[in-house]
Each structure stands twice: as C-alpha cells, then as structure tokens.
Write a protein that binds this ligand. Structure first.
Ligand SMILES: [Zn+2]
Length: 341
C-alpha cells in the first residue's frame, strides 16, 4: 500500500490547522500511541496543546509539518530546536503521527525527510528522538538512517495504562554521512543475499557448521569473496563467514582495504566481524536475520554507526531475513531432534 506522492501534500502547519491536529492527536492517544498523553484525551486539551505548539512555531522554536490528502489531515510531525547554548546543532524529532488506516504507507518517512530538511536549513545536524518500543518504531527509524542509542525501561505510561520502555535514536546529518553513502539496488541486494544463503546451506551440508554465509561484492558488482562458518572445521575462533569472505577478497585484491565493497551476510554480524569491516573500510553491510543475542549492527551493539570510528559502514538489515532466520532456527531444532518449522 503506497500513498500516491502526487496526492500527498506536506506543508508547514498554520493556525487554522489546530482542530485537525487536535483530532489526530486524540485519535492517536485513543489507539494507545505513545505521544506523551493519557487516554482519554479531551479535544479541548488537545487544542490547548497545539495552540502552544503553534505559538512556539510562530516564534521559530519549533517546526510542525502537516501531511494532507485533499482536505484530510493524514499525518503530522514536529521538530523542536534545542535551546541549550551548548547544543546549537541539535534538534528533537517529536509527535510524528499518521492516521491509523494509512500507517506503513510512507507518509511518516516523508514527514521525517521534510523535518530533516528543515533541521539542515536551520544549522541543526544532530537529530535525537525517543520512541515507544512496542510500535515497530525501530524498523521505521533504522530504515531512515537512525541509530539506536539504547533503551530506557519504565520510561512512560502507555495511554491505555501500564509502564512501557522507550528507545532512544539519533542521526547525524553531517557531510561525512553523505560522502559515504552508497548507491542501493534492492534487486542486486536480494540476488547477492540468495548467493549468501546458498553458501549458508553449504556450511550446514558440507561441514555441519552453523548455517551462516557471506559474500563480498566489489564496487563494480563482482563477487570477490565467499565464506561460510568454518569455526569447528578449521579450529579457528575467528572463522566466521564474514571474516572468511573478507580474507578471500583481501588475498584476491592484494589489499587489506576493501574500499567501496559491500558485504552480504545471512545473519547480523557480531562485534568481531563488524570491527573487521570497519578496519577493512567496507562501504556497506547488508544482512538477513537480526541477532538479538550478539548482533553488533544495531541489535545489541551498534559498532558500524559509532561516531568515534573514522570510517562508517552503512548498514541494512532484514533482506530475506525471514528465510535466513528460518534456516538458522531449523538447524538448531534439528540438533535437538525437533522437526523443522
Ligand atoms: Zn562474526
């Protein structure tokens, strides 16, 4: 489901939009959306909230964007400029809401992109936000290039009751981020991930190793390294699929730097492999299944995104993730004598 871009209008909020904004806020809170309020939120309280916001916008302290489809308000998002003198470069993304029937249709992404443009235009290059953990926010913001700083338990009451955790996100809109940007081709991503999945199968069939496969692809789109887990076979604690593929590519290129290359791997890399990619100057990593136990590309650690490195590796997760995850689950089920899922 995609909203036609032509029918969607994203514009700054005006005073006359207050009532439409108030209705959207009341609806969001009634749907248990964590936007700072408890249910039931009265229309008058919602109006008072937006009156204050619109006044802040008039003073230039905040930007409010509205997404309109015809004369129907279908979404909104705000950007608050941080006023602390020590943070003249920071802004907070807040109150991003889409009408329930159109969630997942790309309106939220367009609102965030519009707010980022406003941030840039006003000299703000660090964006922070927090989002409740139960609403699929992580996937949404990660797709937009946001990094997870961490989770805070018992952060706020949900509108319908019960304390919920929040996840803190950040994104740097700086030039360094832009210069390392790599062209992304979803069709090629899927093709190389299929290749990596075939290698994962060989790990299991030929070596009875955990089925993880990796492919290293040159900037020209040529496969220059292949690997699968060989820890047990080679008595080598570092022989993860990614390391094996990078080692092969380095030998082939005669260079320990794999500049501009993309690594495809069926499982989210661990800390060792993530750091090896940073050392090798790999441009981008694409992984299949997330690893909630040891994943170092956002799940447990977020090493590629750490601003203290002088090289950033772009990260994309979830490509054929379900298939990659099922393969791993079935491997471990078979080890315990259970039938495959
Ligand atoms: Zn690893």
């Amino acid at each position: 489901m995609n909203v036609e871009v032509s029918s969607l209008r994203i514009v700054p909020a005006e005073g006359a939009d207050r009532d439409a904004l108030a209705h959207l806020l009341v609806e969001t809170v009634a749907g248990n959306g964590s936007v700072g309020f408890m249910h039931p939120l009265s229309l008058d309280d919602a109006r008072a909230f937006w009156d204050a916001c619109l006044q802040a916008a008039a003073r230039g302290e905040r930007f409010i964007l509205c997404a309109w489809q015809g004369d129907r308000l279908v979404g909104t998002g705000s950007l608050a400029l941080v006023t602390a003198p020590s943070q003249p470069h920071r802004a907070e993304l807040t109150k991003v809401m889409t009408v329930r029937s159109l969630r997942g249709s790309g309106i939220g992404a367009q609102l965030v992109a519009g707010l980022e443009r406003l941030a840039r235009d006003h000299g703000r290059r660090l964006i922070t936000l927090d989002a409740s953990l139960v609403e699929g926010a992580t996937g949404f913001y990660r797709r937009l290039g946001y990094h997870v700083a961490g989770d805070i338990p018992e952060y706020a009451y949900k509108p319908l009751g019960g304390l919920g955790a929040t996840r803190v996100f950040w994104k740097l809109l700086d030039a360094r981020e832009a210069s390392t940007a790599v062209a992304v081709d979803p069709v090629a991503d899927e093709r190389f991930m299929r290749h990596a999945l075939a290698l994962a199968e060989r790990a299991e069939k030929e070596d009875d190793e955990i089925p993880v496969g990796a492919v290293l692809v040159s900037p020209e789109g040529e496969v220059i390294g292949e690997g699968w887990n060989r820890n047990i076979t080679d008595h080598d604690p570092s022989a993860h699929a990614e390391i094996v593929a990078m080692r092969q590519a380095g030998a082939r290129l005669g260079n320990h730097r794999l500049v501009g290359c993309t690594l495809y791997v069926t499982l989210e890399p661990c800390a060792m492999c993530a750091m090896a990619m940073v050392h090798a100057r790999v441009a981008r990593v694409v992984y299949g299944a997330s690893d909630p136990k040891t994943g170092a590309c956002g799940s447990v650690f977020d090493l590629p995104a750490d601003p203290r490195h002088n090289h950033r590796v772009a990260v994309q997760g979830g490509v054929l993730g379900e298939e990659a995850g099922r393969r791993l689950t079935n491997y471990f089920r078979a080890k315990r004598g259970k039938p495959p899922l």
